[in-house]
Design a protein around this ligand. Structure first.
Ligand code: NDP
Length: 256
């Protein structure tokens, strides 16, 4: 694939958390097509290896890093391994996330904490490890994955909403602290996308009709529809864009 030079990621290495499937995998494949070397992550080593093989089979450069984004020890060890192997992360996409649907009155504190940790705290910890190294090189791109719930509350997903709202402000905090070091931190807010996370909702005719009815585009989003925004935010084309969240949602955030 030929890429317009401003959007080229040749010579860049990207770590995408939660890229063994879903939106993370689609973005990883898109960054690879734009020329980046990819580090694929997930908790399941078989799925990580499968995603790495698929990228390599398509002629791209890719390696796996299986770790749990909730484990600070595993994150620190992964970055130490990158250092030892001479791998410098130029682009970080904090994408790994989980959703848990339950009314707040029935929600255990441990489940609240798990959703906050996986969707928000992990972005801080991994962001800190990546930025420490980016600062010493004077450049870097961080892309945090938010959601429509970065702006809007919906019933039964309280900790997810709080975490994704936090992603928006974490992104601004990263930009405020790290822009002076040549780092751009921005976020993407996907709308309702067709991934495993939403399979039960796609299979629910009422919810499916609600998404199609309320989204101006009148359909669910496809994972690969995040690629253009991810490549833009990972490339030199966005060097003066910082602290922003871009919604890729078929227009849903402007009408809800
Ligand atoms: P999926 O459930 O389809 O995929 C999740 C990915 O994250 C998998 O690769 C999974 O790998 C990985 N993952 C989950 N937990 C961990 C963990 N603790 N450590 C490391 N990796 C982990 O999710 P989506 O692709 O749908 O979502 C990706 C991101 O986009 C999330 O942050 C989500 O909140 C956000 N988002 C999704 C939307 C949607 O409509 N799908 C809408 C808005 C935002 P493994 O199985 O190996 O653990």
């Amino acid at each position: 694939m030929t890429t317009f030079p401003l959007f080229s990621l040749h010579g860049r290495t990207a770590l995408v958390t939660g890229s063994s499937r879903g939106l993370g995998r689609a973005m990883a494949e898109g960054l690879a097509a734009a020329g980046a070397r990819l580090i694929i992550n997930g908790t399941n080593s078989t799925r990580v290896a499968e995603a790495v093989s698929a990228l390599r089979d398509s002629g791209h450069s890719a390696d796996g890093a299986t770790f749990d984004v909730n484990s600070e020890a595993e994150i620190v060890a992964a970055f130490q391994r990158f250092d030892a192997e001479g791998i410098a992360i130029d682009i970080l996409i904090n994408n790994a996330g989980i959703q848990f649907r339950k009314p707040m009155v029935d929600l255990a504190t441990a489940d609240w904490q798990r959703v906050i940790d996986t969707n928000l705290t992990s972005a801080f910890v991994i962001g800190r490890e990546a930025a420490t190294r980016m600062i010493s090189r004077g450049r870097g791109k961080i892309i945090n994955i938010g959601s429509l719930t970065s702006e809007l509350a919906r019933a039964t997903v309280a900790p997810y909403t709080v975490a994704k709202g936090g992603i928006k402000m974490l992104t601004r905090a990263m930009a405020a602290e790290w822009a002076q070091h040549g780092i751009q931190a921005n976020a993407i807010g996907p709308g309702y996308m067709l991934t495993d996370m939403n399979q039960a909702l796609v299979d629910n005719p009422e919810f499916d009709a609600w998404v199609k009815g309320r989204t101006p585009a009148k359909r669910w989003g496809r994972p690969e529809e995040l690629v253009g925004t991810a490549v833009f935010l990972a490339s030199s084309a966005s060097d003066y864009v910082n602290g922003q969240i871009i919604y890729v949602d078929g227009g849903m955030s402007v009408v809800l």
